[in-house]
Design a protein around this ligand. Structure first.
Ligand code: ADP
Ligand code: ADP
Length: 226
């Protein structure tokens, strides 16, 4: 079954902007897929459509077989989103942040507790578990965003510009974490405007510009071409 299947997707905002003009792409289970493009290309719009935040004008999106446009309630359990804006409640502790998210996805108390311990350990955040999120460093905040996205064990993880605006050292650190997530079996869709990032991390990638996919292929082939 295809992990993400986007077919002939269009999105026209009420302002008249055509943010997506017939986008099709397929991501296979286990793949690390990169969507590259400059600001305004349509990356966020595509992610918003795949996560139920925006309604496409036409076309379809299926996530592990679930219709993400008309029945997002069924698709959402398969999706974890690490949004670009770090939309964290700064007054909750790390544990509370993860626990709240798990509760939202219907996880039982015992299961949440185990999963929280596992994730805090995996993202080297255990020592901070009772601290409020606002006290975290930039890198820790981004790791928490990844942990939160993975809390309910999604099969598809969407990373929206995970390293935008971070320094080189932190970027390398985050790469290490996302590579491990993929190696452990989670399918990943990553958006970025850094070619180097997609080249380093992704099996395949697509370039989007002005709402259209303008190139697609293995990372090696595309990187050699551009
Ligand atoms: P990217 O994420 O690649 O920077 P976006 O999907 O944010 O691109 O934007 C694609 C186009 O749609 C841009 O021209 C942007 O200004 C426009 N756009 C995005 N969101 C909205 C919105 N809510 N209303 C109107 N236009 C929008
Ligand atoms: P992102 O950084 O995720 O691409 P933006 O900074 O482009 O988001 O947009 C921030 C918010 O403003 C989003 O909710 C987006 O939908 C909205 N937005 C973006 N571009 C436009 C636009 N041209 N007209 C109206 N709303 C927009």
């Amino acid at each position: 079954m295809t992990a993400l299947q986007v077919s002939d997707l269009t999105k026209r905002y009420p302002t008249g902007t055509e943010a997506l003009r017939g986008v099709s792409l397929e991501i296979q289970p286990g793949e690390f897929f990169g969507l590259l493009g400059p600001n305004g290309a349509g990356k966020s719009t595509l992610i918003h459509c795949a996560t139920g935040l925006a309604r496409p004008t036409s076309g379809s999106i299926r996530i592990f077989g679930h219709d993400a446009v008309d029945h997002y309630e069924q698709a959402r359990i398969a999706v974890g989103l690490a949004p670009q804006d770090l939309n964290i409640d700064w007054f909750l502790t790390l544990e509370e942040t993860l626990d709240y998210h798990g509760g939202y996805f219907g996880m039982r108390r015992k299961e949440r507790k185990e999963r929280i311990a596992e994730l805090l350990d995996a993202f080297s955040l255990t020592a901070k578990r009772n601290d409020r999120t606002r006290t975290l460093s930039g890198g820790m905040k981004r790791r928490l965003i990844l942990a939160r996205a993975l809390m309910h064990r999604p099969k598809l993880l969407i990373l929206d510009e995970p390293t935008a605006g971070v320094d080189v050292e932190l970027r390398l650190e985050l790469w290490h974490y996302v590579q491990r997530i993929n190696q452990e079996g989670t399918t990943i869709l990553l958006t970025t405007h850094y070619l180097e990032e997609a080249e380093q991390l992704c099996d395949r990638m697509a370039f989007i510009n002005d709402g259209r996919i303008v190139a697609e292929g293995t990372s090696d082939a595309l990187a050699a071409q551009y």
